[in-house]
Design a protein around this ligand. Structure first.
Ligand code: KG4
Ligand code: ZN
Length: 349
């Protein structure tokens, strides 16, 4: 079975062709990073327009790379939400057009569920085979930070989420304060790797819950960066850049920030495992591309952990196709009236 997966919820225009739920025939991703970098973050109107420009060439490239004709496609899957309204609409309408033209069934999928299923795209045993249900999913992206108990395919319980910023959003804001550009996650990671010491920053543990909060950490970073004259992304702009000592202070702050986020994410994921007797952990979403998070959770976990390779952690079409495939196996019905749903949450069982 060939499923086309279309993802346009944020700033990546992505189309993939997937065979039988797990074999990636193509996974073409066009990132808008350079366009948004000029503004220091994603500008929704710009994102929609970029999706409109990119979607047809990316669709054609995905088919060409997969070596399939449109008529070979058995199903069309598209991200219906959550995400930016205008961006989602571009993907949803494009998918409708293709499905109508081909007479193929259309499936509107949940972006967060797509991130959870990215591990099913890897070669070798699936997370289900390697870990087994129930498993805890740590979902960390630009818009979401969630702990979900996955009890089976399509059977989820939301255990906790963030009360304020998402982990990726916190990375992006921290990078902006430190003048490291957009997107912030990879920039903070690179800067932290240069650090020779780690500046301690506070963690919000939200004791007794599986919730997160990153706004206090963000403020602590901002205050320290100002005190130490390295808030160069904000009010302390220095066109000539930082001197060597300043760079060292900035590196130490980036390292401290990353360590604080990773510490909380990993500790809370382990608490969730313990509380729900889960058999293992799957990690998904853009922040799971972070090298420190990957290394820390793998090294410390008392249970098996599955993290997809970084290109499958960030937004892509293959994850949307695979979640549709598993839905179809369970009898998910096609819906030509799929609507963009910017605030879509988890369908809890
Ligand atoms: O899942 P994703 O591609 O898009 C959303 O659904 O939001 O996640 C994007 C987020 C951004 O906030 C980005 O800074 C973060 O993932 N990210 C990272 C890394 N790569 C991407 N955060 C930390 N370390 C990374 N290496
Ligand atoms: Zn995402």
């Amino acid at each position: 079975m060939l499923v086309l997966g279309i993802e346009t919820s944020c700033d990546e225009t992505a189309v993939a062709v997937l065979r039988d739920g797990r074999e990636i025939l193509s996974n073409v991703i066009s990132s808008q990073v350079e366009v948004h970098a000029r503004y220091g973050g994603v500008v929704p109107e710009v994102a929609s327009r970029q999706h409109m420009l990119a979607i047809t060439p990316i669709y054609r490239a995905a088919l060409a790379e997969a070596g399939v004709a449109p008529n070979d496609l058995d199903a069309i899957a598209v991200t219906a939400g959550p995400g930016l309204a205008g961006s989602l609409l571009v993907g949803v309408n494009y998918a409708k057009g293709i499905a109508l033209g081909l007479g193929a069934p259309l499936y509107g999928m949940n972006h967060l569920e797509g991130h959870m299923y990215a591990g099913w795209l890897e070669d070798g045993p699936t997370p289900e085979e390697a870990i087994g249900f129930p498993m805890v999913c740590l979902l960390v992206s630009g818009g979401h930070t969630e702990l979900v108990l996955m009890r089976g395919h399509g059977d989820y319980q939301l255990l906790g989420s963030t009360r304020d910023d998402a982990a990726g959003e916190a990375f992006d804001k921290a990078a902006r304060v430190l003048g490291l550009g957009y997107p912030g996650g990879p920039a903070i990671q690179k800067t932290a790797e240069l650090a020779t010491r780690i500046e301690p920053l506070p963690r919000a543990w939200m004791r007794g819950t599986l919730e997160f909060s990153f706004s206090g950490l963000k403020t602590a970073l901002l205050n320290k960066a100002r005190d130490q004259n390295v808030a160069v992304g904000l009010d302390q702009g220095r066109p000539e850049g930082l001197d060597e000592a300043g760079e060292e202070r900035r590196n130490a702050l980036a390292a401290g920030f990353q360590e604080a986020v990773v510490d909380v994410l990993v500790t809370k994921a382990f608490e969730a495992v313990e509380q729900h007797s889960a058999r293992g952990i799957i990690v998904g979403g853009g922040v799971s591309a972070n090298a420190s998070l990957r290394a820390t959770i793998q090294a410390k976990s008392p249970v098996p952990v599955a993290i997809p390779r970084p290109v499958l952690c960030t937004d892509n079409g293959a994850m949307i196709a695979t979640v549709a495939f598993y839905g179809i196996q369970r009898g998910l019905q096609p819906d030509m009236a799929v609507d963009a749903n910017p605030r879509q949450g988890f369908q809890q069982g």
